[in-house]
Design a protein around this ligand. Sequence first.
Ligand code: TRP
Length: 323
Amino acid sequence: MGKPIVLSGMQPTGKLHLGNLEGALRNWVSLQDNYEMYLCIVDWHSLTSDFDHTQDLKERIFQMAVDYLASGLDPDKCAVFVQSHVKEHAELFLLLSMIVPIPWLERVPSYKEKSVELNLDSYGFLGYPLLQAADILLYKANYVPVGKDQLPHIELTREVARRFNHIYGNVFPEPDVLLTKFAVVPGIDGRKMSKSYNNDIAIADSPEETEKKVMKMITDPQKIYKGDKGRPEICPVYSLHQIYNSNYQEIYKGCTSGELGCVDCKKMLASHINSNLAPIRAKRKELEKSPDKVKQVLENGEKRARARAQATMQDVRKAMKLE
Ligand code: TRP
């Protein structure tokens, strides 16, 4: 019996940050011994909103692949590949689009929110979650490790699988979510860490850059002087201590008693983050020096992904009487 299949995807945003590391990468690394993993860099998805921003797309894909490998993803265990290199994603997306009612897509929460917020009205943007469903079903994935913001997309994927199986016969398993347990990682301004908010600490940042960013972090606005009693539960610096400092209870005590000032607290945090990331950063530097090695990993991943994708598409075409 083979291992269960896991598929996940990430848009090629470039250099990844602590939110990506704690929210996704470390989880993937922990799964790679027990699952057959397919990790897709979804460049077509990025075009659904960033269609006019492709100049540095290749570089963003490269930097992301570097972070994947530096974080400990083993290319022998995970097929890491670029979505647009495996054309079967497009074919399955097209075929599924024939059986999916438009209202199923219109009622996906991210569609309503983002179409207004970002003023997006393209056909491709409406199809975003269906393209994601195609990514998942193409590998007959059993599990999809994602955060809870993605739940509606996985639910849609299950509905699409059911509808396909009902019309053409059983081809697709209904995938289950493997919810990532990590809480939201706050950025330096206290909002969710995100490249688009410009509040991120990157894996690739130097220790000095990291410390600079940490020193700029917002804290409890009621704690002005050392000696003031702080409220760690509302402080993003404390949230990061909980992740990176095994002694975070000491921070709690120091902050709430007023004995610990924010400047010292931040210095300690920066040093914990830096020592935690040191091995990843060292590996990252090595990998950046050998781009051919990284490209080779993506090519191998692509080959393995394509083999599985082609097998699924044969089943699909047969079921639909297309071949
Ligand atoms: N929509 C996902 C996100 O924004 C990215 C994604 C695309 C994905 N295809 C996927 C995630 C397939 C899991 C499986 O994070």
